[in-house]
Design a protein around this ligand. Sequence first.
Ligand code: LER
Ligand code: MN
Length: 279
Amino acid sequence: MSIKNGLPEQMKLAATLSAELNPSAPVIMAGDPAGRIALASELGYDAIELHWANPAQIPLAEIGSECRKNGLEISAFATGRAYVQEGLSLIHEDDENRAAAVKRLKDFVDAAAPYQATVIIGCIRGNLSTEDDGRRSLERLASSTLTVAEYAREKNVGIVFEAINRFENNYLNTAQETAAFIRENDLPNTRILLDTFHMNIEDADLSKAILDCGDLLGYIHIADSNRRFAGAGHIDLKEIFNSLKAVDYKGFISAECLPLPDSETALSGWIQGVKNAFR
Ligand code: LER
Ligand code: MN
């Protein structure tokens, strides 16, 4: 295994970026893309993960050019803000809303294609209504996600589908349930995103969850138990890294954590926490 900056070279580190910082949203940096991207590069990050509700609002030409200048990639486009801010949901009972959610994800795929970036399906899968027994919603989810995944395959863009804790999405919470959904529906170009913050709430055995996903694992979000930077809580990150090594994980590991106590401290603390866990 070749090691670069204290980590396996095959594991690349991404810093999350959005337009504005919000102490309750798990995005580590925001604002002036040029300054933020230069700082992330200086600290040892390899990539940037973008968090916007709509790709049309992203200053993508500037971000792309600053990334190139600093030798960084765009790892992924997170899409959950389209649900949180605009209510677009892949399982919505209203056909128009659901079609708009699918269209938004296709727009994200188009934005991701030139950068060979991945598109994340997380909170945009929406929440089950209280009257729903789940079956019809899961059928809608499978159909909407299949449409997006087939479109992504044509554009050669990878999709990662995230297991999210029950307080944000009220179904498909564990790694096992989420992996089963992807496998059973044979979704093309689609792998699972595991987020250690959600796993700490939902998965009884974090290591086993990673090992069971195996090569279905396509992307990792690392935040600690309190959703602060790696090392700021009580998750056993050494165990996480040992499991990632065991499945020969070769993807991005992203700092999707709260910008606390401030963005700069979280950015440098996260890198240090990840390196300590790997040692
Ligand atoms: C999205 O990656 C995620 O983890 C959500 O919890 C964002 O709030
Ligand atoms: Mn996440």
